[in-house]
Design a binder for this molecule. Structure first.
Ligand code: GLN
Length: 566
């Protein structure tokens, strides 16, 4: 039976085992699905390969709508600790997602939506809601077909709404995790229902190369993928990640054990420049193989590699100069994933300026009152970023850092919390309000220069009071910010915060030299500050790093790096 027939049969059965909720008017085959799973270990670049594939398909003129299925039970990433799970990436529509969505947005150079990110928690929440409102008509609600049905529904809705040519689906975690089993089962069903030529499974696996042996070993990869086979899923393509170039013999073994053609086993060994990966994969015939599996290689032909070559050239850094050293003065410093978008934004600047940029972590937790230590840490540093953050720990160290930068004319870029820190520091040391603080850190301070705004206070008790997502920022003419944004009157940036500059202090700040060069339209909410007398002292209540793209670095980041390099 073809996908169309199977689905018609399902649609005509109102009860029974063929429960698959379908969006109205859904026709299989219009949108193709590519499922990307990982085996053996996580962290070997499943997201990078998926996003490279998105780029390759997009390059062929296809409309690509990636979706990430996360296994965890949180409804979104908003409550996750970034030092455990990586940065919380905020989309324009306010969704708080996994950092992979950032990777996709940067690769495709387009904004994604909450629909492009689904957690198990979100799926279960919908099911419980349906159950509580009697939508299952007296049936017992089961993993199969209800949970799997919900997952397929989410995918098909995305396909219909966006009219995508292809939906790459990245499954979080690795094959064998309990949490993602039912997602894999849903996708097995999807392939059965849509028809073989409409769904392609890719597995990203890892070939071990133990130091003690000095040779590549494929057993773990075979066993990892066997788990997929045992679930009834035959991958069409395998990508073998490895430290060194994949051996031909390993490719042959994988082909034999997993029953796929040798041409569909791809080797990708560690590369230093991930931006070059799409072109590397193109040359290996990777996207061609995917389209062949989906039988659309003739419909979406690659028009040469000119655009990809251009991209690779523009995203590589030829400059051999001494790197610009940027300190990131954060709370924790163990995991760079927690600040991944900041690192990417710096990288985008380095492409544009053709100058290497190096990041240095400075943990501000122990810096308070330790001038000498701070001075020592700042040796060789050309500029400082104070990133976003929550909670009291490390805050006094950050304030000390802002003071040091202001007094020593060192470029300072404050992001969200870094904006608030600049205000507190200035209030304490220039306005002479010694107890100035944010009510986040001292609810009883006599000078709450940063606080919750009245309208925010009203919803405080209700939870969900964070200002989230894309908003317009009015840029005030005649300011540095205005010049950097080519005199644009309005820009759109992303927010994730509760506290803001207290309007009662605006006048005092301005009298002593702070210029508020960006504001929220119609309300006295300050969103960009600058100190024109300083080499570069700017900060934003928004997160410019979230909208910086490889070929269009954020304007403030770019100027910050430029000034730091001087
Ligand atoms: N904690 C601050 C606030 O909630 C800053 C948040 C942030 O940096 N993302 O306003």
């Amino acid at each position: 039976m073809k996908g169309q027939d199977i689905l018609s049969e399902i649609a005509s059965t109102s009860s029974g085992e063929f429960y698959t909720p379908l969006p109205k008017g859904y026709k299989p085959g219009k949108t193709k699905y590519v499922v990307v799973t990982g085996s053996v270990i996580s962290g070997v670049g499943k997201g990078t390969i998926s996003s490279s594939l998105c780029k390759l398909l997009n390059d062929r003129g296809m409309k690509v709508e990636p979706i990430k299925l996360e296994a965890y039970l949180n409804v979104d990433s908003g409550t996750l600790n970034p030092f455990r799970h990586g940065e919380v990436f905020v989309l324009d529509d306010g969704s708080e997602t996994d950092l992979d969505l950032g990777t996709y947005e940067r690769a495709l150079d387009k904004n994604l939506r909450g629909e492009n990110f689904v957690t198990s928690g979100k799926i279960y929440q919908r099911i419980i809601e349906k159950e509580r409102t009697g939508k299952y008509l007296g049936r017992d609600v089961q993993f199969i077909p209800h949970v799997t049905g919900e997952i397929k529904l989410v995918l098909r809705k995305l396909a219909m709404e966006t009219k995508a040519d292809v939906i790459p689906i990245e499954i979080g975690g690795t094959v064998g995790d309990y949490e993602n089993m039912f997602a894999l089962e849903a996708l097995r069903e999807l392939k059965y229902e849509e028809g073989t030529e409409n769904v392609c499974f890719i597995n990203i696996t890892y070939i071990l190369e133990p130091n003690s042996l000095g040779e590549q070993k494929s057993k773990a990869a075979q066993l990892g993928i066997k788990r997929l086979l045992a679930m009834g899923i035959q991958p069409g393509i395998i990508v073998c990640r490895s430290q060194t170039k994949l051996k031909e013999s390993i490719r042959e073994k994988m082909s034999l054990y997993i029953n796929i053609a040798k041409e569909n086993v791809f080797g990708v060994h560690d590369v230093s420049n991930i931006y070059g990966l799409p072109l590397v994969l193109r040359k290996k015939g990777f996207d061609e193989a995917v389209l062949k599996e989906l039988k659309i290689e003739k419909k979406f032909k690659a028009n040469g590699n000119t655009a990809l070559k251009e991209w690779t050239k523009k995203t590589s850094m030829q400059g051999k100069a001494k790197p610009v050293l940027i300190a990131i003065a954060g709370k924790y410093t163990g995991s760079s994933d927690a600040y991944i978008s900041i690192l990417k934004a710096l990288e985008h600047c380095s492409f544009k300026l053709n100058k290497p940029v190096k990041a240095k972590w400075i943990d501000t937790t122990g810096l308070e009152g330790k001038k000498d230590l701070l001075k020592k840490q700042m040796k060789g540093v050309n500029g400082v970023i104070v990133p976003g953050g929550f909670g009291t720990r490390g805050v006094e160290g950050k304030i000390a850092m802002a003071k040091y930068c202001r007094e020593n004319n060192i470029p300072y870029l404050g992001l969200c919390l870094g904006f608030q820190i600049a205000l507190i520091e200035f209030a304490r040391n220039v306005l002479n309000l010694k107890d100035a603080n944010s009510t986040e850190f001292d609810s009883k301070t006599g000078n709450p220069v940063v606080c919750l705004l009245p309208e925010q206070r009203k919803i405080e008790g209700l939870g969900g009071n964070m200002r989230l997502g894309g908003r317009d920022v009015e840029v005030i003419g005649g300011t540095i910010a205005s010049k950097l944004h080519s005199n644009a009157k309005k820009i759109r940036r992303r927010f994730r915060h509760r506290f803001e500059c207290n309007p009662d202090y605006i006048k005092q700040f301005e009298e002593k030299g702070i210029v508020f060069s960006g504001k929220a339209p119609k309300v006295p909410i300050m969103q960009i500050l600058e100190m024109p007398k300083h080499k570069f002292m700017m900060a934003t209540q928004y997160h410019p790093e979230l909208t910086s793209r490889p070929l269009h670095p954020d304007e403030l980041f770019l100027e910050f790096v430029k000034k730091s390099a001087e």
